[in-house]
Design a binder for this molecule. Structure first.
Ligand SMILES: Nc1nc2c(c(=O)[nH]1)N[C@H]1C(S)=C(S)[C@@H](COP(=O)(O)OP(=O)(O)OC[C@H]3O[C@@H](n4cnc5c(=O)[nH]c(N)nc54)[C@H](O)[C@@H]3O)O[C@H]1N2
Ligand SMILES: Nc1nc2c(c(=O)[nH]1)N[C@H]1C(S)=C(S)[C@@H](COP(=O)(O)OP(=O)(O)OC[C@H]3O[C@@H](n4cnc5c(=O)[nH]c(N)nc54)[C@H](O)[C@@H]3O)O[C@H]1N2
Ligand code: SF4
Ligand SMILES: [Mo]
Length: 689
């Protein structure tokens, strides 16, 4: 019981793929029902604030469309004709189909495929234990963080920055390429504290005047994929106008003299022509940034989802090393704090069973993989069996044309474990019902902040739903896969993993609800040196450390023109940014989210709309070499003419022609380590009459 509510309140953590990883308080109405969800006041990062979509989580957990029973496909693939079967029959059939294919093609023909529908360490990553023990094909996990992470790591050498709570002590917070109001609302809590408590300023750099930009003191509206040019011009001004900290650079960085020489002609006038900003806007931002010691760069994922994304991320991260803002509380740069955790994931992921000879397939290239592309498959067997948990590739992966064609293959056997009838679930041969986070035990780690948290089971599993761990263990038994982890409960896995990782054990963590893993100030700010062997920040990046495909990458920060440039045939550059009330395709079944998002739409500048004689609410055809689709127009002048925005990964069924926006996204793997260039697409738009 608690003062706010007459109900039993249980502590948990938000399981969703969001940097905030909020500490939650959940009303438990009965053994089978949750009520309201609130943010924990006592957690210093969450500070009582969560997003609206999770506050109404009961709408999701208790949705009438939740999958409740195992089912076998009876009609043609995707027909939606099912027969309810028992768990034993379902798991037996999956095992039998996998073993049959393994006997014919070898184990690599099976591809366990997952992402971050839940971020719980046990329920998300346990699928890897089955993969490794069975020597199934590996997964190069590129769909989200690869581009941004590589660009960050190449400069600093470690995936961490200052404590994000320090934003409250900053005089200038630069929110760069992340729509925090939509995607990680707690950034705004701490950034606006700086404004309230000390008159700090907020700058937003984005391709459209999104909800976050609308709160900013200064907004820089850039063309997609041009942040490298902006960063170079800002550094040009910092050097020219005496705002570079040469003593800091001499002590802490490598390559600053080459950088200074290289930036000689990277003027604001040069960058203006590339970015769509005016030279004055670039000077104004450079001077504001250069004159503020306590300046905090909050670098998001969005601006790195381009073919030149890693180069742009590195270029942006260089700013803090030029001014030396790293030295001050409330200063420096942060992208993600994943590097502060010292997990031992051997037990959860079966790392002791890895065979380095087994092939690894790029998850962002699931379309080419399933349609037999030799670039991916090499001399190996085709993929003829898929086991899918926590992801919806029929909507979220690039090049949906190939993805859909691949899933429709008659020789492909697909097992999907899901909470809802997603577009991927519809393509299953065997469909298994999954618990939501309040129905299973797990352990969570934040990326955008520094806590680890328990998320214990709060209500009984609904219907016949089972957790990911139960499904993986049930399959392991039938597939003859042996590993200690399959015989343990989720709580036992959590407890042992916490202990071997050097954290408080399960009982202690449950008792204290969360554990703050933030490292000390000097380490967080790299004042004992950066994480490369020479202890320096690298202005001259060694891309070969990030990925094998590094040839031709720039040796210094630059505008790298490998993006899908607009041309006469494709005059617009499209960004597919996140919607506020969805999380990728999660929450697309919930009525409140749907009502608020209305329908898929393309935001166009009024000048662009007039040029093709279209208007608000009209339907246009949007396309490129990969295909085309019909979509409604929304006139929006908060972007540069030539840029168009489609918010939200709407499932295909909401589109007029029943296929989603990723039809137009390329599956080409960016340098140096792959990834998915979701915001880097040149398109044409034609009025539909
Ligand atoms: N409500 C909601 N929350 C979410 C998600 C969601 O879909 N909806 N997704 C979750 C997931 S999986 C992730 S990884 C995070 C991602 O969260 P973010 O880090 O915010 O990344 P993105 O969602 O890709 O895009 C954010 C912004 O980048 C901008 N952008 C795109 N290209 C460029 C560019 O070239 N330059 C600049 N400066 N800006 C650019 C877009 O316009 C958009 O406003 O959010 C998580 N949270
Ligand atoms: N156009 C465009 N495409 C994008 C993006 C973009 O910005 N633009 N963003 C990309 C990014 S950043 C990401 S991370 C990917 C994300 O793509 P996905 O990881 O596929 O995310 P979702 O679409 O939310 O699908 C997650 C699914 O997991 C299920 N799920 C949740 N919890 C559990 C569980 O405990 N067990 C099981 N078995 N299932 C569960 C949910 O019901 C949901 O259907 O999408 C990418 N696609
Ligand atoms: S802001 Fe992110 S972490 Fe917090 S409740 Fe919403 S989705 Fe979950
Ligand atoms: Mo993501």
């Amino acid at each position: 019981m608690n003062e706010q509510s007459p109900f039993d309140i249980r502590a948990s953590a938000c399981p969703h793929d969001c940097p905030s990883t909020c500490a939650l308080e959940i009303e438990r109405l009965s053994d089978h029902r949750i009520g309201r969800v609130r943010g924990a006041e006592g957690n210093s990062y969450t500070a009582g604030v969560i997003c609206a979509k999770v506050a109404r989580y009961a709408e999701r957990t208790h949705h009438p469309d939740r999958l409740m029973h195992p089912m076998r496909r009876v009609g043609p693939k995707g027909s939606g004709e099912w027969q309810q079967i028992s768990w034993d029959d379902a798991l037996d059939e999956v095992a039998e189909e996998f073993l049959k294919r393994e006997a014919k093609y070898g184990a690599e023909t099976i591809w366990p495929y997952y992402y971050a529908g839940t971020m719980g360490l046990v329920q998300r990553d346990g699928i890897n234990r089955l993969r490794h023990v069975k020597k199934y094909s590996g997964q190069h996990t590129t769909i989200c963080t690869t581009l941004a992470r590589g660009g960050w790591m190449v400069g600093t050498g470690s995936l961490h920055g200052p404590d994000p709570r320090e934003m409250a002590k900053s005089d200038l917070v630069v929110i760069w390429g992340t729509n925090a109001v939509h995607t990680q609302v707690n950034v705004m809590t701490h950034a606006t504290r700086a404004r309230k408590d000390r008159g700090g300023k907020i700058v937003v750099i984005d391709t459209y005047r999104n909800a976050t930009a609308q709160t900013a003191d200064m907004y820089l509206c850039v063309n997609p994929g041009t942040d490298g040019a902006l960063a170079c011009a800002v550094m040009h001004v910092l050097f020219k106008e005496g705002m570079a900290d040469r003593a800091y650079m001499e002590k802490y960085t490598k390559g600053w003299k080459e950088l200074e020489a290289h930036l000689e002609d990277k003027t604001p006038e040069w960058a203006a022509a590339i970015t769509g900003l005016s030279p004055e806007e670039i000077y104004a931002f450079a001077r504001l940034y250069g004159r503020t010691k306590k300046s905090f760069l909050r670098l998001g994922y969005g601006f790195a989802r381009s073919r030149n994304g890693p180069v742009n991320m590195h270029a942006a991260s260089c700013l803090a090393a030029v001014t030396g803002s790293w030295q001050y509380e409330g200063g420096g740069a942060m992208h993600n704090n994943g590097g502060i955790y010292h997990w031992n994931k051997t037990l959860i992921e079966g790392l002791d069973a890895i065979d380095p000879e087994v092939r690894i397939l790029d998850m962002s290239r699931i379309g080419p993989v399933l349609t037999g592309d030799k670039t991916d498959l090499g001399d190996g067997p085709p993929v003829t069996g898929l086991l899918i948990q926590n992801t919806n590739p029929m909507d979220v992966a690039p090049e949906l044309g190939k993805v859909h064609k691949g899933f429709a293959r008659d020789d492909l056997f697909v097992c999907v474990h899901e909470q809802f009838m997603t577009e991927t679930a519809k393509m299953a041969d065997i469909l298994l019902p999954a618990t939501t986070f309040v129905e299973h035990d797990d352990l969570y780690q934040a990326g955008g902040q520094s806590h680890i948290m328990m998320g214990p089971r709060i209500i009984e599993p609904l219907g016949e739903c089972r957790s990911n761990h139960e499904v993986i263990s049930g399959l392991a038994k039938r597939l003859g896969a042996e590993h200690r982890g399959f015989g343990m409960t989720a709580t036992e896995l959590i407890d042992e993993t916490l202990k071997i990782s050097g954290w408080p054990d399960a009982a202690a963590l449950t008792e204290k609800k969360w554990h703050d893993c933030m490292i000390d100030f000097d380490s967080a700010h790299y004042l004992n040196g950066f994480a490369h062997s020479d202890g320096k920040f690298h202005f001259t990046p060694d891309w070969s450390k990030i990925g094998p495909n590094h040839e031709g990458m720039p040796k210094l920060p630059d505008h790298w023109e490998v993006i899908d440039l607009a041309d006469a045939e494709h005059p617009y550059r499209m960004v597919t940014a996140p919607a506020r009330n969805f999380l990728n395709t999660t929450f697309t079944p919930t009525p409140t989210s749907l009502k608020r998002e209305k329908r898929p739409a393309v935001k166009m500048h009024s000048v662009d709309a007039a040029a093709i004689s279209t208007e608000e609410g009209a339907i246009v055809r949007l396309g490129n070499k990969l295909g085309s689709l019909l979509i409604h127009v929304e006139i929006f002048d908060g972007l540069n003419p030539g840029t168009v925005i489609v918010e939200g990964v709407w499932p295909g069924k909401f589109f007029i022609e029943k296929i989603g926006i990723n039809l137009l996204i390329s599956a080409e793997a960016p340098k140096p380590n792959g990834g998915a260039a979701f915001h880097d697409t040149a398109v044409w738009i034609r009025p539909e009459r």
